[in-house]
Design a protein around this ligand. Sequence first.
Ligand code: NAD
Length: 467
Amino acid sequence: MGAGHVGGPTMAVIALKCKSIKINVVDIDPSKINAWNSENLDDLPVFEPDLKNIIAKVRNRNLFFSQNIDSAIREADMIFISVNTPIKTKGEGAGFASDLKWVESSARKIGIEAKGHTIVVEKSTLPVRTAKTIKTILENSVKESKINNITKSFSVLSNPEFLSEGNAINDLLNPDRVLIGGDNDMAINCLEQIYLEWVSKHKIIKTNLWSSELSKLSANALLAQRVSSINSISEICEATGADIKEVSLAIGSDKRIGHKFLDAGPGFGGSCFKKDILNLVYLCRYYGMDSVANYWEQVIKMNEWQQKRILKIILDKLFGTVAGKNIAILGFAFKANTNDTRESPAINLTNKLLEEGAIVSIHDPKVEKKKIVEDLKNYSEKNLDNSKNRDSTWSFTRDVFEAIENCDAIIILTEWPEYANLNWHDCVALMRSPKTIFDTRSILNEKQLKDLDVNYWRIGYGLSEKI
Ligand code: NAD
């Protein structure tokens, strides 16, 4: 249940590896199901490297995308709940706790429709002890069905997904570990058998339900903490003349630390990190652990600070104002190799630039324009008659050179490899003087820019000395 960034790719890989299993992926959003069934594989709702090749092999073989939720539940021996669990926007816990209404309604639906014994697997990231809620809902439906002489029973497992967007297929094919939490050996064994088709036994970790749920939240909290830590060091680098690339290399060479997640940038995005830390903070406060809650909350505050300070630097370097200036944004996705913009630093930064009166031209190789329209809903597209504020408009293009043409500044926000590989001589020639490039991912080759007529600022270093 749930044909999103987790449900779609995860089930595609299971279908690929387990030919004898029939998988129905269902969703309440018909447009999503239609997109998964698109003839043109470039129109799938999720972009991940290699995903379309797998879909081409398994779709309508043993993987089916459909809106028939009820019949899919009735048919199923095992159901993965992969629905969204965003942060609550109102009510108790607003701004921190997960909104579990989609999980709860999935459980209720399963309770009503399921037949025989069904193993229900939590794939979504859930607050600790959510399995208890799911069990209670399902147990109630068992009681009701007995009154009507229908026999049904359930086991509940936690099997959080650790895939990283942009590398989802590789992560699913070669997971570092598979985590199965539960208290029913038969159910655990059934789920383990699926993974054993391609994952070695020693990578399968079995725990109790609560350890499994908490491990997922904690893993994301630790990853986000690493990003905030290196970003905090990037600010110190800019003030002192140290270079974050050199510092990251030196730190990461220590085997105990390692190189991954040590690239400074405009802050973490994506649907998970912020949400999962907020959830952890909520849990800590619930149990009265204010010091622990404050510790984790600081990771988010640091992330917000990184974005604020980048905006301030951009304004400072552009003589205190961007009003009426043409700014090219390269990259709108929250990271490379995905079309996902959820919590992307680009949203906040572009909105702020528009608020300051900039004219923004956006390029991204994969993000759909309709997503950008939603993300910048307070500002209108250039050349639209209904422009709310004609001074602050934006446009979107798939042509990098069109985005750059006549701009005063370029801001690189996503580490798409193609930006590093552009002919920067030609790009700079298209800009309007004085020209500035803000490289918030530190991906450009400084040597290539050295002799060009452009100011170059990069994260964790600052402005190049020649300028
Ligand atoms: P998503 O928003 O991309 O997809 C969720 C889908 O569930 C949506 O298409 C929605 O329409 C559907 N849905 C909601 N209620 C439903 C119902 N009752 N029946 C059927 N479908 C329903 O979300 P996602 O990114 O796939 O994340 C899903 C879960 O996995 C979240 O809990 C998330 O925290 C977790 N997770 C996400 C990632 C990631 O990288 N995106 C990684 C690991 C874990």
